[in-house]
Design a protein around this ligand. Structure first.
Ligand code: ATP
Length: 347
């Protein structure tokens, strides 16, 4: 490896984990680098948690190989791996105080008492919970419990932290706040975070890179911008954000080829009557079939023939909800730059 390339924290080589006929993880190849915030994103049952449990050592691969910092993990039990897991239900000890919960791992390792106290205090400050050391978990809010679980995992100074939908139980506002905090904590401690989520917005907000899972396989790996702007499969285009998938005769009319492509609703606009365009633009007429007014913007469903609907999102610069709804049934011309068309594989 060259001096410039980042070192690999986790390498999964052709890893399978089958449960009978269910291919929970199916020929997975993945490198996660040291210090990355990496998300495993996908719908329920796509294999994200199994992948995390394989890295943690709670599951063994049916075949294939997993390396942690260059070391083969076959036969290495979870407690001997330099990783810690934060679970969705936090798994805090209810009879222990916050301080005792955070100190637990260090006590097991027989770290001296003064050192434990110092590290627990430092961690509670890091997760913004100073002064709550003597509370029991039942006396905390959901967000505070989440922070205790995080402090408990980080106090051991693992090289890799695995997080399984850790924000799933929180309400939307708190979840958004914790997303920012979690990312800030990861940058501060500088260790590798592997984060499981089915929430595409969460994955896009927090990750350095992410992998999109579908039926035990990875469909695409990339930065949030790459995955969002250049989805390579129909599944990714549909799962990460909203996309129009255009194929067949409509695609042929627009591009000269029937190959399926995706186009994001926010890249399309409704043309001003009489407007003219260059060759770099796609243009198609249609009828507004439905209008969903969303305050900041409006979503239009436009029927363009052959039973195909195109979704368009327009910012409400001048239009109000009355204008938006009054446009139902109108004929419009949709235009967008061809450069925003994304050809897809596997559709
Ligand atoms: P979720 O977001 O719902 O947690 P996931 O993407 O994490 O889903 P997994 O929990 O990894 O998905 O499950 C992948 C597939 O493997 C599912 O079909 C699941 O039912 C199956 N599976 C997972 N663990 C087991 C097990 N111990 N025994 C049998 N099947 C299992």
């Amino acid at each position: 490896m060259s001096a410039q390339s980042p070192s690999v924290a986790i390498r999964m080589m052709d890893v399978c984990r089958h449960f009978g006929d269910v291919k929970a993880v199916d020929h997975l190849n993945l490198d996660i680098y040291d210090g990355e915030f990496f998300s495993l994103l996908g719908p329920s049952g796509s294999g994200k948690t199994t992948c995390l449990r394989l890295i943690a050592g709670f599951e063994q691969p049916t075949s294939g190989s997993i390396l942690l910092h260059g070391q083969e993990m076959a036969g290495v039990p979870p407690f001997e791996r330099d990783v810690n897991t934060v679970f969705q239900d936090y798994a805090l000890f209810p009879h222990m105080t916050v301080g005792q919960n955070v100190a637990y791992g260090l006590m097991i390792k027989k770290v001296p008492k003064a050192e434990i106290q110092r590290r627990v205090t430092e961690m509670l400050e890091m997760v913004r919970l100073p002064g709550l050391e003597n509370r029991k978990p039942s006396q905390l809010s959901g967000g505070q419990r989440q922070r205790v679980a995080l402090a408990r995992a980080l106090v051991n100074h693992p090289r890799v932290l695995l997080l399984d939908e850790p924000l799933g139980a929180l309400d939307l506002k708190l979840r958004q706040q914790m997303q920012i905090e979690l990312k800030a904590i990861q940058q501060k401690v500088g260790i590798t975070f592997i984060f499981v989520t089915h929430d595409q917005e969460e994955a896009l907000t927090m990750s350095d890179r992410l992998a999109v899972f579908n039926h035990g396989k990875i469909e695409q790996i990339g930065t949030p911008a790459e995955v969002y702007e250049r989805p390579i499969t129909g599944f990714v285009a549909g799962f990460v954000g909203t996309s129009n998938l255009i194929s067949g005769t409509v695609a042929e009319r627009l591009t000269g080829s029937s190959q399926t492509f995706s186009i994001r609703p926010e890249k399309i606009r409704i043309a001003v009557p009489g407007e003219s365009f260059g060759d770099e633009m796609c243009a198609i007429t249609g009828t507004i079939r439905d209008v969903i007014y969303l305050g900041i913007n409006t979503r239009y469903l436009v029927e363009v023939g052959n039973g195909v609907d195109i979704t368009v999102v327009q910012q409400n610069l001048d239009a109000d909800s009355f204008d938006a709804h009054a446009s139902r049934g109108k004929q419009v011309l949709l235009v967008w730059n061809k450069a925003n068309n994304r050809p897809l594989v596997g559709v």
